[in-house]
Design a protein around this ligand. Structure first.
Ligand SMILES: [Zn+2]
Length: 240
């Protein structure tokens, strides 16, 4: 139990955090961390295929559906979520959005930050989320930034596994065992009905990464895992 500690997850769209980090979120929430999700957009244009398949759909209605789904999924995982409604396709965070993210980081002082990969030729909003997250982290470390709260230390940044990692230059450097919270992630994924087709895909991926976790020296009991990539060096006292 880590009373008072938190982690921050920056999600470009309403469901990204569920597929890519739902296990990590559930794991840390269960351990007593506050998990704060900063959701930059609802993904109303690019990631709401199921909702748009319904007749007479409107952008406003899609946003409502996605907000409800995302809020429900965050609740299942044990997290709270703040929506910025910065649009998608393209995602356009403003200076005010970044300032608000800086304030979140300075207020929460998270133990780590999770967000998208640096590249994604299938979805240009994801690298935008990556960039503003790193910007907000660096600005929050600056003594002169006016956002309230103490300056931020150096929380590690972990990048989500993108949908097609090879094309995104993603290297799975970190495999996190999410076996204990898998049922919770599954329930959260199933609640995202506008993208229900992804549940099987991310279930299979979790098993594959779990098998690799065992192969890389993890416990034999690992069944499912999530992969992440680090941005900054891991600081250690020794190599063994
Ligand atoms: Zn997305």
């Amino acid at each position: 139990m880590s009373d008072g500690q938190s982690i921050v997850v920056v999600s470009a769209h309403a469901a990204d955090f569920v597929w890519r980090a739902g296990g990590a979120i559930a794991l840390y929430a269960a351990a007593g961390y506050r998990v704060r999700i900063l959701c930059l957009s609802f993904g109303e244009r690019g990631e709401s295929q199921g909702a748009w398949a319904e007749p007479d759909m409107t952008t406003a209605r899609v946003k409502e559906i996605r907000r409800a789904e995302s809020t429900r999924a965050a609740g299942i995982l044990g997290a709270d979520v703040r929506f910025f409604d910065s649009g998608d396709y393209p995602l356009r965070p403003t200076d005010a959005t970044i300032d608000a993210m800086v304030e979140e980081l300075k207020t929460l002082q998270p133990a780590c930050i999770l967000t998208h990969s640096r590249l994604d030729p299938y979805n240009f909003d994801h690298p935008v989320a990556h960039t503003v997250t790193l910007q907000a982290r660096v600005y929050a470390q600056a003594m002169g930034h006016p956002a309230p709260g103490p300056v931020l230390g150096a929380p590690p940044v972990f990048l989500f596994e993108p949908h097609q990692p090879e094309q995104c230059g993603f290297v799975p450097q970190v495999l996190l065992d999410v076996t204990p919270v898998w049922e919770r992630k599954l329930e959260a994924m199933r609640s995202m009905q506008a993208q229900g087709h992804l549940v099987d895909y991310y279930s299979d991926l979790g098993k594959r990464r779990g098998s690799q976790a065992v192969r890389n020296g993890g416990r034999k009991g690992i069944r499912v895992a999530e992969a992440f990539e680090r941005v900054y060096p891991l600081v250690v006292e020794g190599l063994l």
